[in-house]
Design a protein around this ligand. Structure first.
Ligand code: NI
Length: 447
């Protein structure tokens, strides 16, 4: 997950059973299968925690996940799976064929870490360094992707042991580069992360019918999972805006064209796109300018001003509309004073993470059952995920996995994802593995 910021009311949640009900006719996991999942997860749990600590101590930046990928591939091969490596960069895909024919379900984990110096003080804290955009940096698993990888490795072991009961196949997708580039890209448009996996055909041969993914989030207590139908994470697009005028003396502004005043008008104009032009009754949206660079003296009106910003929406139609209206707003306001504005979306951003409503409703009883009724309704978070790319192709469900032990820390104040103090309660890993295994089995068992 990219650039997380939790809403302060993130924990003001209602039990989702109130929304979806447990009394509907959808059959969740068979009790015997659920018991077997629990036993098998318990058996693999100590090793799962070991994998997580090992990966945590050896974090790798986006598209550099060589060691992690080898760990994953070796494990999947030992389980007797067909394994493909080097998918979409350093990605690994394992195919588990069930004893009987049926549908294909995909489970996804991301493997990359972040350019952050770890300050947790854990005995297995990272001391790793590596290259980010050509500069040597400290590296840390500050978004829990170490946990996601360990959870999916454990899930693979659990389901491989239950092969005889599986109708259909399970595709285990371990993808690189969810956090975006760690090297200056040769081609900005070339897909990375989930998009590179899709371009490499990960959703084909055999064709995937549904995909599940999760994210560790400290704002929820261990034992809970949180989900919602429809949008759960925002789209995220970075943009650059250049406003060009005509340089002149600050005492004689009429002799030039002032890009600073024009930029100020454009910044305010952009805010009226959100407040006056978008249907906020449908979904919220955010436009933020995070950087303004222009001029170097008090009495010179500069030639140009450069701005950087981000756009977040919860609906891909609104996302397209917002970007279009920003273009018109910037160009028209600049033109009014004779300036020129050039708006560029910096690279293909992440689409909205949208949970398929039908799939979510079908799987809700499974999440309730596997967590003992601790599946809660998630708030929308204005972070972004490239899991959205899979959901644009096949129905998908993405959910949050609570990772703070409320007896030790208040989830509301626990260091969030991307903090140098980010840590997880490792008891959450078993909840994640049980959830993923149960979702896969249950989806394949349903007609
Ligand atoms: Ni993440």
């Amino acid at each position: 997950m990219t650039t997380t910021r939790l809403a302060p009311h993130a924990l003001a949640l209602a039990l989702s059973s109130a929304l979806f009900g447990l009394s509907n006719t959808v059959q969740a996991v068979e009790p015997a299968a659920l018991a077997e999942i629990q036993t098998r997860v318990a058996a693999v749990e100590p090793r799962m925690i070991g994998w997580r600590r090992d990966i945590h101590q050896h974090p790798e930046l986006s598209n550099q996940e060589q060691r992690t990928a080898k760990l994953v591939a070796d494990h999947l091969r030992k389980l007797g799976m067909e394994v493909t490596t080097g998918v979409g960069g350093t990605g690994v895909v394992g195919l588990l064929k069930g004893a009987k024919p049926g549908k294909i379900v995909a489970l996804r984990a991301d493997m990359d870490a972040l350019p952050i110096k770890e300050l947790t003080g854990l005995p297995f804290a990272s001391k790793a360094r590596g290259l980010n955009m050509g500069q040597e940096v400290d590296i840390m698993h500050a978004c829990g992707h170490d946990g996601h990888t360990a959870i999916l490795m454990a899930t693979a072991e659990v389901l491989a042991g239950m092969r005889e009961q599986i109708s259909g196949s399970v595709k285990f997708i371990f993808q690189p580069a969810e956090e975006g580039h760690s090297e200056v890209p040769k081609d900005e448009e070339a897909p990375i992360g989930a998009r590179a996996m899709i371009a490499a055909g990960v959703l084909e041969n055999p064709k995937v019918d549904a995909i599940f993914g999760l994210h560790l989030i400290p704002a929820f207590p261990t034992g809970t999972v949180a989900y919602r139908p429809g949008p759960i994470l925002a789209s995220g697009d970075a943009f650059a805006l250049k406003v060009s005028g005509k340089q002149t003396h600050g005492g004689f502004p009429w002799n030039g064209i002032d890009p600073i005043v024009s930029s100020a008008q454009i910044i305010l104009g952009m805010q009226t796109i959100v407040s006056r032009q978008l249907n906020l009754a449908r979904e919220p949206a955010v436009i933020s300018i995070g950087s303004i660079q222009g001029g170097n003296r008090e009495n010179i009106i500069p030639e140009s001003v450069e701005l950087l910003g981000t756009v977040r929406t919860f609906d891909d139609g609104m996302r397209d509309e917002t970007l279009k209206r920003m273009q018109v707003t910037a160009e028209s306001i600049a033109a009014a004073s004779g300036a020129r504005a050039e708006l560029k979306v910096l690279k293909p951003g992440y689409a909205t993470t949208v949970n398929d409503a039908t799939l979510t409703e079908r799987m809700a009883p499974t999440l309730q059952q596997v967590t003992g009724g601790k599946a809660i309704t998630a708030p929308k978070l204005s972070a972004s995920e490239d899991f959205s790319a899979y959901q644009q192709k096949v129905p998908g469900l993405f959910f949050f996995l609570g990772s703070t032990d409320p007896k030790r820390q208040d989830p509301k104040t626990a260091p969030p994802n991307h903090s140098p103090y980010f840590d997880i309660d490792e008891a959450a890993l078993a909840v994640g593995a049980r959830s993923m295994a149960a979702l896969a089995l249950d989806f394949l068992a349903q007609p």
